[in-house]
Design a protein. Sequence first.
Length: 305
Amino acid sequence: MTGDASAPQLHPDVVRLRAQCAQLRRQLREMAEAWHDMSTNQRRTLTTTYDHHFGGRERELQRVAIEAAEIHRRVELLNTKFARGEKITQEVIDRVNLIVDNEFERFHKRLREAFDMTRAERDREMAARGDQAADGELTTLYRSLVKKLHPDVNETTEEQHAAWQRVQDAYQQRNISQLRSLIAMLEADDASIDHDASITGVDELTALAATLENRCDVERRKLERLQSEEPFCIAEQLTDETWLAAHRAELDAGIATKRREIVDAQEIYRTLTGGLVPPGTDLLKTKDDKTFDQDFMDSTYFGKR
């Protein structure tokens, strides 16, 4: 009896499922690359463009917004004491102002740290504050990437060498967001390796395809969410002169509104204190904030900058 020497034929569903898995992996890689490019390149370009058009107005709006919030808080606390029948003495005023100073001190400090300090200054502040959660995630992400990319334990290609350098730069800059995006890209790379050759069962391949579909859904939602956020959602408007003019007017109106709120609240403050605060005294500035106008952050918009 002569045996059949021809190679065994795969079940049609196995061929189809393998092709489906390969396609899903390509999608994962493409979405990971798109997310990384948006996070590291496009965001920087769009934010720079926005700052060129509106940076000064944004800084002024943030300044008056903080001033308005502070004076409203001082009035709120004094009004509460007045409603309880307390006499508003200089001691009460000082105590209220100290409370508000303390409430806003951390906010001011974090804003300056996020937008004004150099990277080295920011690192020293974080170290002094003992930001253990951030340090822990930074270390975990870095170790995961080192295991995948270190030249001593992996065959080094030009692409891997570039990725390794990006890891080192992100770690030195404490850029957790970039390390996360690099992890996502490597996971997509791992998924793109053809591990399916040894899988011949239709059920196994069906389960694998479902897993990859779920991962694609997660990455797709992640990318869509990023695209819906500023500055990406206004990318087209940044080249539209009509929109630019309207947005300038909107910011100017916001600044004017906050300035009116400050004037009104200052008048209430003076009424409540019975003139105990000398005319011309800056009710909003604490000793730690005297130079805040000079070293106010470059901008406080686009929080992920």
